[in-house]
Structures are given as C-alpha cells and as structure tokens.
Write a protein of this length. Structure first.
Length: 209
C-alpha cells in the first residue's frame, strides 16, 4: 500500500504511466512517452538488461545488475502497481526461455478483448487485497491503500529472455507503474521509494527508474 515512487524504494523497477522509468533508486529517464488507456506497455528482460516499450516503441533500457545484487538468489517477477480505484490492465503476453517449461501466452496484440480466454497467470499469493483478478484482467477494486501491486505467477531469472505485456484498460490519475520486483517484495509498497533496490519501473508519466 506504499507509494512505489518514494525515493527510498530501491527494491523494484517500473514504467510509470506519466513516462518515468526508474530502476531501484536511479532515475533512468523522465521523458519517456506517457501511456494511457488503450496503450500496450511491454517489459523485456534479456540476459540482465531491462527494456521498456510503449506500443512497440522503445522507451529506455537499463542493467538489472543492481537489482540482482540486492535480491541475491531471490526470484524477480513482473508486476503492475495501481493507485486509483477502477484502474485496470489486461495481461497480453508472457514469454520465457524454453527451459523454464512454462506455458507462454500468445504474442501481444492490441486488439485482444477484455473477455479473452487466455489462462490467468496473475499470482493471488502476490496480490494486494485492493486488486481484483478476473482472468487476464486486474482492477484496483478499492482505494483502501494508496499503492497496490499485483505480480504474475512466473519468475524472471538472470539468464535468458523474458517478455511481459499489458494493455491499459483504465487509468484515472496517470499514476500507474509497470515493472519488475523481487518476488518477496511488499505488494503494498511505493515502487518509487529509493530504499527499494530490488525493483524497477516505467511510470505512466514517462519516468524510468
């Protein structure tokens, strides 16, 4: 329930809906494209490098080394953090190395309907109580907490290539985070707190950190 953007949050990364991309306590970019309703936000992790995309256009990249050092052997997981009731996204893609033996979702498509029959891969064990899950779609059902994260059920490793895509279905306050965090991270934490070295994000206002 904490603000992902606090300068003391170093255990996560994100792409905020206003265009900020941040990794741990380092701001990678503050002029990325702001994303909004209908946009597809994509996170790719390839051999320790994190890259963010909006509607297929690259927005910024960074090394995951500091995050991996912070969490040690702990797994990392893609996540979405929402701050306002009724904010929602739909999971479009999860791809992974063949050796992970997971069932990938189809490639990201901008025309996938909310009623998609894709298997749900959101993790109820790593979901804030404010977040409601309905198949591939997640919604911040209430605003009892300021910051609410939900992770997918599969982890990202230091080696190999992974891709995670969501479509923004509703964004009320332009304060949504899409990124990567430690599987053991606090789903109620503010991703932008600089004391969180084990996460990164692209904020909806164009900041990468």
């Amino acid at each position: 329930a904490t603000d992902p953007s606090f300068s003391t949050r170093r255990d996560r990364c994100y792409y905020l809906s206003n265009g900020i991309i941040r990794v741990g306590d380092a701001k990678i970019r503050d002029d990325a494209v702001s994303y909004s309703v209908g946009d597809v936000v994509r996170l790719v992790v390839s051999h320790g490098v994190i890259e963010f995309f909006c509607n297929g256009a690259p927005q910024g990249s960074c090394s995951a080394a500091s995050m991996l050092d912070a969490v040690g052997p702990a797994p990392m997981v893609p996540y979405v953090n929402m701050t306002t009731a009724t904010d929602s996204v739909t999971l479009l893609e999860w791809t992974h190395p063949p050796e992970d033996h997971l069932d990938p979702l189809p490639p990201a498509k901008t025309n996938v309907p909310v009623t998609s029959t894709m298997a749900a891969t959101w993790d109820n064990a790593r979901r804030h109580a404010d977040i409601a899950v309905e198949g591939p779609k997640v919604t911040k059902a209430t605003s009892a907490a300021d910051y609410s994260s939900v992770c997918i059920a599969h982890s990202v490793r230091a080696k190999g290539t992974y891709a995670f895509s969501v479509r923004v279905d509703k964004l009320v306050s332009n304060n949504m985070f899409v990124g990567l965090m430690a599987a053991s991270g606090d789903v109620a934490a503010n991703p932008s707190d600089g004391n969180r070295p084990d996460r990164c994000y692209l904020l909806s206002n164009g900041i990468i950190r």
